[in-house]
Design a protein around this ligand. Structure first.
Ligand SMILES: Cc1ncc(COP(=O)(O)O)c(C=O)c1O
Length: 365
């Protein structure tokens, strides 16, 4: 069954599906937010009403993601892509190096930005195998003197995901969690900095979340332009300039929805079931559908696969569109097919896709 108020199954990679209940509620309070006589977008970001929304979103995020007391949460703009530059700008002093674990195009883009600020190197990479797997990391893979180690927790384009994060000891660990943040509980204390664009699991585009350990921020460079300095946003509670007020309101509403689902354990269990429906259709297809990721590295958020030839793949994607499946094309850089099954994608959509895959195989296999 398709969601009641929509006639499509949304498998977009980002921006992506938002919970229907959140959209309906936003629609209801759009023109008169909390009896103010105006929408949340028209309120001053310095007003009490907006400030409550803002602070509640931060509090909810801290609670739901079990963020320890010694961490700050900030809302930024510029997407995860600006974080690629802000991180070395703030945390890569000239006399050290940063280590990047290369697991796909987003790691490559993050790495490229370091070249403007200092020195960095590849801790490990799975590029030689088209980024099909998450590499093994040991203490000998990096140096104790490294400024930080950076990883991408879920590789949106190739469809791989870290199952367990590496131990980096005293070396600060930074994670780009843009495409799997809040899809499951994680141990935040393993990281010194986590960042994510909101537009997959947390809300609309336009808000970037950064979660930063206080001890780490104390080590940051001081000669950074004001808006690109994490301290600016920490000190002003993410209200130094005008934030994405509507985006932050929506993010708060998505967090309320996660609470209603039973929190991150419940969301994680649901995500596993959803992904299994599609992976099973692949694994039981006798090679009709071929997964891109190695089984031990499979993502529960982005399921990537190919059919036997381009012609069949085109037919599959065209028929999928006719059946109401949106966003199943692989990323433009790699082709193939990709089903993004973020938190808000309902189980029914994944079941419908797995059924469609089986029927298509029966007709074309
Ligand atoms: C893992 C990952 N990192 C970074 C980005 C870039 O995010 P943004 O478009 O918010 O800059 C994306 C976007 O899809 C992503 O999936």
């Amino acid at each position: 069954m398709k969601p009641l108020n929509q006639n499509v199954y949304n498998f977009n990679a980002g921006p992506s599906a938002l919970p229907t209940a959140v959209l309906e509620n936003a629609q209801q309070e759009l023109t008169n937010f909390q009896s103010t006589g105006m929408s949340i977008m028209e309120l001053s970001h310095r007003s009490k009403t907006y400030e409550n929304v803002h602070n509640e979103a931060i509090t909810r995020l801290k609670k739901l993601f079990s963020i320890p007391e010694n961490y700050e949460v900030v809302f930024l703009q510029g997407g995860a892509s600006l974080q690629f530059a802000m991180i070395p700008m703030n945390f890569l002093p000239k006399d050290t190096k940063a280590g990047y674990i290369m697991t796909g195009s987003w790691s490559e883009k993050a790495f490229k930005e370091t070249t403007f600020f200092g020195e960095a190197y590849h801790v490990a990479s799975s590029k030689e195998d088209q980024y099909r797997y998450i590499p093994e990391i040991s203490a000998s893979s990096f140096h104790e003197s490294d400024a930080y180690i950076h990883l991408t927790s879920n590789n949106t384009i190739y469809g791989t995901q870290w199952k367990e994060f590496p131990e980096t000891g005293q070396v600060p660990l930074i994670g780009d969690m843009s495409s799997d943040i809040m899809s499951k509980p994680i141990d935040v204390s393993k990281f010194d900095l986590i960042y994510a664009g909101a537009q997959k699991n947390l809300g609309p585009s336009g808000v970037t979340v950064a979660i930063i350990k206080k001890e780490f921020i104390e080590k940051a460079n001081n000669d950074v332009p004001t808006m690109l300095d994490y301290q600016t946003h920490i000190k002003s509670n993410s209200l130094y300039n005008t934030p994405s007020t509507f985006g932050i309101y929506m993010l708060g509403e998505v967090l309320k929805w996660i609470e209603l689902q039973g929190g991150l354990n419940a969301v994680a269990a649901n995500n596993e079931e959803k992904a299994k429906l599609i992976y099973d259709a692949m694994d039981e297809s006798n090679g009709f559908y071929v997964g891109h990721a190695r089984k031990d590295s499979r993502s529960l958020m982005n399921i990537t696969f190919r059919l036997q030839n381009d012609e069949l793949e085109k037919k599959f994607l065209a028929e999928a569109v006719e059946e109401g499946f949106v966003g199943l094309n692989g990323h433009r850089s790699v082709g193939g097919c990709r089903a993004s099954t973020y938190n808000a994608v309902p189980q029914e959509a994944c079941l419908a896709l797995s059924e469609f895959m089986k029927q298509f195989q029966q007709k074309n296999g």
